[in-house]
Design a protein around this ligand. Structure first.
Ligand code: PEP
Ligand code: MG
Length: 901
């Protein structure tokens, strides 16, 4: 049987998104519940995929189904497609399963040609309107179907306006449009070698094909990549009878959000333009009026719109972004979808909807995109430093950004790749600028409103954005912008405050973000649900303090090497490395000991009885020494004394000695601890001295000592003995009872995972070091991979994602699961967790939950994200069951102890 590839709006419903795309399913749903939707039909995503499979070919069958649906539409409307007497006009719009605003193409007013345009003119008694529609069709058709650069059309329009002395498009008469249409016809011949098709059937077929193909346009591909939308979905195509917002002053078009998408406030929010069509609002070509003005302009329409919008919000239980058109005083809804919003708005809306009884707490938690929380924890501007305000535009996307001005997307990318921070300034952005928006720190536009392309895209990406800043004249071609008499050129520093819309000269210091009341509330709900604990990677007392504030339930990784890099400590560390004798080395270590001890004390105090996992020295020793080229240069400097020369020569010899062909696989981690036991000895002594002091002061401590890079059980056995020995020496038998410490290992070498059953004999916990485990499982050195081939790999889909960001479940994940299961088979209460960068990634966190690990550890600012992601994993996958064992003696849900404000 031939599959059904075309559904009229009356045949579909809101649950059919995978087949009809978001727009098609929602149009059908709106029609179903009786809202005013212009009739039409949807070509399915399956038809699109079939079209690609056939080598971009519309099958006879699809063609037949489309034209049958068109005939039914003609009957319903009492009009005919291509009939000059009663012409039916249609729009052709893309509609992907996951919303991709502005990324794919739309063509309006199909069905117009030299004959039907006259029919439309006499039927509406409005030739100006009819010819305006025709020229718009030619412009969109030329650009989307025949790939004619839209600048060719815009240039002619601009010229015409100049000649006629017309300020706005609305000032152009029918004759003006007729002239333009004849010029446009020339553009078609000159730029594409073919005329604008007068055959309306051909128009429709070509338009449908172009929309299918727009699934593969570069901006759509980039958008899918950023948002992890599978390329295999394809797009549906919606063909809908036209309604006209450009019929005169009793018509218009606009976009409304049921709540404020920037702040989340429960106020009707939107914009509209009188006497305008379709894309004018979204494209940001004219700066629109706020929706409040509609209350006075068209009070009845405003009321109807408000009621319909609220009904849709209740129906979908989510904030809606609705496109509407008013044609001769009659309201039509053209689209509804879940509105894109900032992280702040997302939290506020979800929390409010729980209080309004629309959502349960669990539903509200699932509404939060954890990665967007980064945006909330973005910084703001240090107000006292603002002294040169350039202009104020619309606060389109919050957060503050500092950077050097650039005026085109390509330069934004080049400069960013060269390590510069940039602000992209454009008169308005179009979807072609998406790569520039992506790489810039923030975006500034002089035209367009809160629903313009720049605003929508920046909000979605969590980039600060100031829009519609009309005081600024941005001359992108000349690479400059002017504010009054002031000129700013490419490369000058500016600061954007996306929360207030301010554009400020110079580089203003930024201040840290704070947790909002809604975030704290949502985190409490997450903590009530989740079973996976969230620890922090923190290397000093300051980080530990932030970690507590963010709700850390412990420290999962303290990289002790970071304690040796400060200017006062590095020379001592170097002296230790350069020591000729064990005695000299011990002397230097004795100097390092109190430094480490005081750091550990600070961390224990901050963590107040929560586990603190301290990893003994991991990197190769040469990382603490200067490089040979620098030393050689110093040696060659004039006026160096004999004694200093011999010091430098000695240093050069040591650096040469420590040089390794492949340091990542060399003498580091536990290998270092076994070859130079005195280093680990000192570190362990510092940990227990710090613990002992804190205990004497009355605080509880829970040190967990972690051995890095273990690959063989004997390595752990030797070093565990060392820890136990030093602990007893420092604490004494009595003290050992008051300081319940643990000794564990990182599992970051595949052999350790494979022999976990043996290794666990010496371990109280396993912490999966997923950074190294990924390197060693793939056989990639991260620096080389990310610098060279990994982007190609993800572009070519050799790998689905960068495995250093999102855990490779099939490979690395298999090792984790195997080791955790083997470890627990011997020691059921074995504590397990991860401490690589994946601990702050939503997908990887869900994996850890499903695998029954006890905790994830991530950087302090990612803790809120991890808490929400852990709760979502529980809601979506249920309890990890008996794989998990709750540790006794640890505070189970320390999230409640977060400091407020
Ligand atoms: C790891 O390898 O995952 C880890 C946490 O250690 P580092 O990143 O310090 O090598
Ligand atoms: Mg490691």
């Amino acid at each position: 049987m031939i599959p059904k590839q075309v559904f009229s709006f009356r045949e579909g419903n809101g649950r059919m998104k995978p087949l009809l795309g978001g727009k098609g399913a929602n149009l059908a749903e709106m029609a179903r519940i009786g809202l005013p939707v212009p009739p039409g039909f949807t070509i399915t995503t399956e038809a699109c995929l079939h079209y690609f499979e056939q080598g971009n070919f519309i099958s006879d069958d699809l063609s037949r189904q489309i034209f049958e649906a068109l005939q039914r539409l003609e009957k319903e409307k009492g009009q005919r497609y291509g009939d000059p007497a009663r012409p039916l006009l249609v729009s052709v719009r893309s509609g992907s399963v996951t919303s991709m605003p502005g990324m794919m193409d739309t063509i309006l007013n199909l069905g117009l040609n030299d004959e039907t345009v006259e029919g439309l003119a006499s039927l509406t008694n409005n030739p100006r309107f009819a010819y305006d529609c025709y020229r718009r069709l030619m412009q969109m058709f030329g650009n989307v179907v025949l790939d004619i650069d839209s600048r060719h059309f815009e240039h002619l329009l601009h010229q015409l306006k100049k000649e006629l002395g017309a300020k706005h498009d609305q000032d152009i008469t029918a004759d003006g449009w007729i002239r333009l249409i004849s010029d446009y016809k020339q553009v078609f011949i000159l730029k594409s070698g073919r005329p604008f098709p007068q055959d309306v059937t051909e128009q429709l077929k070509l338009a449908v094909e172009a929309v299918f193909k727009s699934w593969h346009n570069p901006r759509a591909k980039v958008y899918r990549k950023i948002n992890n939308i599978p390329d295999s979905q394809g797009t549906a195509v919606n063909i809908q009878s036209m309604v006209f917002g450009n019929m005169g002053d009793d018509s218009g078009t606009g976009v409304v959000f049921t709540r404020n998408p920037s702040t989340g406030e429960n106020t009707f929010f939107g914009e509209y333009l009188i006497n305008a069509q379709g894309e004018d609002v979204v494209a940001g070509v004219r700066t629109p009026l706020t929706i409040d003005a509609l209350k006075t302009d068209m009070p009845e329409i405003y009321d109807q719109l408000f009621q319909a919008a609220k009904r849709l919000e209740r129906h979908y239980k989510d904030m809606q972004d609705i496109e509407f058109t008013v044609e001769a005083n009659k309201l039509y809804l053209l689209q509804t979808r879940s509105g894109k919003r900032t992280a702040q708005a997302s939290l506020k809306i979800a929390v409010q909807m729980v209080y309004e009884g629309l959502l349960s707490k669990r539903e509200a938690l699932l509404r939060i995109e954890p990665s967007h929380l980064d945006q909330l924890l973005h910084r703001g501007i240090e107000e006292s430093a603002v002294n040169d305000l350039l202009a104020t535009g619309l606060p389109a996307s919050p957060g503050a950004a500092v950077g050097q001005l650039v005026f085109d997307a390509d330069t934004a990318v080049q400069w960013t790749n060269a390590g510069k921070a940039v602000i992209l300034a454009r008169p308005e952005t179009t979807p072609e600028d998406i790569h520039g928006v992506l790489s810039a720190e923030g975006v500034l536009t002089s035209r367009g409103g809160m629903t313009s392309h720049a605003a929508v895209v920046a909000r979605g990406m969590g980039k600060p954005c100031v829009c519609g800043c009309e005081e600024i004249l941005i001359q992108a071609e000349e690479k400059m912008m002017t504010i009054g008499s002031r000129v700013l050129e490419e490369g000058e520093w500016i600061t954007l405050d996306g929360a207030s819309g301010r554009v400020i000269s110079g580089s203003i210091p930024l201040r840290e973000a704070e947790m909002t009341a809604e975030l704290l509330e949502m985190l409490e709900w997450a903590d009530e649900i989740r079973t996976l604990r969230v620890y922090a990677n923190a290397d000093n007392p300051q980080d530990a303090k932030i970690a507590r504030k963010m709700g850390a339930q412990g420290i999962g990784l303290c990289r002790t090497e970071h304690m040796f890099f400060s200017p006062s400590r590095l020379p001592v560390m170097q002296r230790m490395i350069l020591a000729d004798t064990a005695e000299e080395r011990r002397e230097a270590l004795q100097k390092l000991l109190p430094m480490q001890q005081s750091d550990f004390e600070g961390m224990f105090r901050e963590m107040d009885g929560l586990p603190v996992t301290i990893r003994l020295l991991d990197p190769p020793l040469h990382e603490f020494l200067p490089n040979i080229a620098e030393l050689q240069q110093r040696l060659n400097e004039q006026g160096i004394m004999e004694e200093e020369q011999s010091e430098i020569r000695k240093l050069i010899r040591t650096v040469r000695c420590l040089h390794e062909t492949n340091p990542m696989l060399g003498q580091r981690g536990c290998r270092l601890g076994i070859v130079y036991p005195e280093i680990y000895d000192m570190q362990i002594e510092a940990i227990f001295k710090a613990a002992s002091r804190c205990i004497n002061e009355g605080s509880a401590v829970m040190p967990e000592i972690m051995i890095p890079l273990v690959g063989h059980e004997n390595e752990l056995k030797i070093l565990r003995n060392l820890v136990d020995f030093v602990a007893e020496q420092v604490l004494g038998k009595e003290g050992m009872r008051t300081c319940p410490y643990k000794v564990g290992t990182m599992i970051e070498v595949p052999r350790a995972a494979l022999t976990a059953k043996q290794i666990v004999a010496h371990a109280d916990f396993f912490s999966f070091g997923t950074n190294d485990l990924t390197q060693l499982t793939f056989g990639y050195s991260r620096d080389d991979a990310e610098g060279k081939f990994l982007t190609h790999y993800t572009d070519l889909k050799v790998l689905p994602q960068n495995p250093f960001q999102v855990l490779d479940e099939d490979g690395v994940g298999q090792l984790i699961e195997l080791a955790a299961t083997a470890g627990r088979s011997v020691k059921p209460a074995l504590k397990t967790g991860i401490c690589g960068e994946h601990g702050g990634d939503k997908q990887s966190i869900a994996f850890c939950h499903r695998t029954g690990l006890d905790y994830v550890s991530c950087s302090p600012y990612r803790i809120p994200l991890a808490r929400i992601a852990a709760a979502q994993a529980f809601i979506e996958h249920g309890s990890a069951g008996d794989k998990r064992q709750t540790e006794s003696g640890e505070k189970a849900l320390v999230g409640f102890a977060i400091e407020r404000g």
